[in-house]
Design a protein around this ligand. Sequence first.
Ligand code: NAD
Ligand code: MG
Length: 367
Amino acid sequence: MTRPDDALSTLRVALGERSYPIHIGPGLLGDPQWLTPHLAGRQVMVVTNETVAPLYLSRLRQGLGDDLDVRELVLPDGEATKTLASVERIWDALLEAGFNRRCTLVALGGGVIGDMVGFAAACYQRGVAFVQVPTTLLSQVDSSVGGKTGVNHPRGKNMIGAFWQPRAVLIDTDTLSTLPARELSAGLAEVIKYGLIRDADFLAWLEANMAALRGLEATALTRAIERSCSLKAEIVAEDETEQGVRALLNLGHTFGHAIETHQGYGRWLHGEAVGTGMLMAAELSQRLGWLEAADVARIRAILAAADLPLAAPVDMTPEDFLAIMRLDKKNLDDRLRLILLERLGEACVHDRTPPERLVALLEAFPR
Ligand code: NAD
Ligand code: MG
């Protein structure tokens, strides 16, 4: 296979003994050199879902060679399957196969599969190896890096989980060719987020390359995923368990979470809600005198270029926002904690937003 060298990249997440590589580029799935070095032993369980299996399971199996004991488990698709019951299915399959502590779980799919398989690996026989093979842009730039794993509980999203790092992350950019356009845009929201919180040069690069990204140009995709993962990896290395700087990754997420909750999960994609939430955070930052109008205009333009929504849901009042935002788990001691922008490329945690400023923003923001 021919492949431009600049479309292939490897990063390392620096976590001492638990450090691991992230390989990024086209054509990784079918090539054994990427996956086999990270297997703990001969026993391999590939877990995927009904949407991804017909697209990529056989290609991944080619990349595993013949001398391994490979099993497959195909779960139903959707956030609704991110439950403890699905994780039990994974454990059942591992026990039925007689897999021991030297087995490796491979998560082939989006963030839902990655979170569940990681959690299953964290607990099976007190922890076994796992490899992430994320196939959505969101999972490639966000959920597969950082070691947060888990499932939803009927009383709350991601309420049951563990920190468990993968042995490796394999990001085959070719998988994005089958991703629905809306899912691609949702992933781009998180990519834009990294530029906004930590890297103004990357933000400018994204502005110049948005068309190439939406056109799935391999070199541009690799570059954007690489920079996103490396910014996330840097933040995670500084703050693995979210005591400090990791909170900045939540730019746009408090507003976005309010939108997702109010609309009911599934109507807005997470990335879409985060995109609008970032614009709300930017406008609030401007009201506090930090960002210029021109900065906010740039943010609006890049979100538009990524085909993300720029208005809040029509039926959502300021009171709806406030009621949900007050319950956010990022709040400590009753003070509303928001991630805001001091300037483009620099975010901060702010828990002293005057309530009347927030209300004014919520009233003025387009619906
Ligand atoms: P997802 O896993 O539901 O994938 C979105 C849709 O795309 C699904 O229908 C999926 O089957 C399909 N799909 C996946 N790859 C495809 C491909 N290549 N071609 C065509 N269709 C494909 O959603 P997601 O956006 O990837 O991830 C969201 C989940 O990730 C949420 O559960 C969220 O809580 C979690 N998450 C976790 C972290 C973390 O740090 N662990 C961070 C962010 C999000
Ligand atoms: Mg997010």
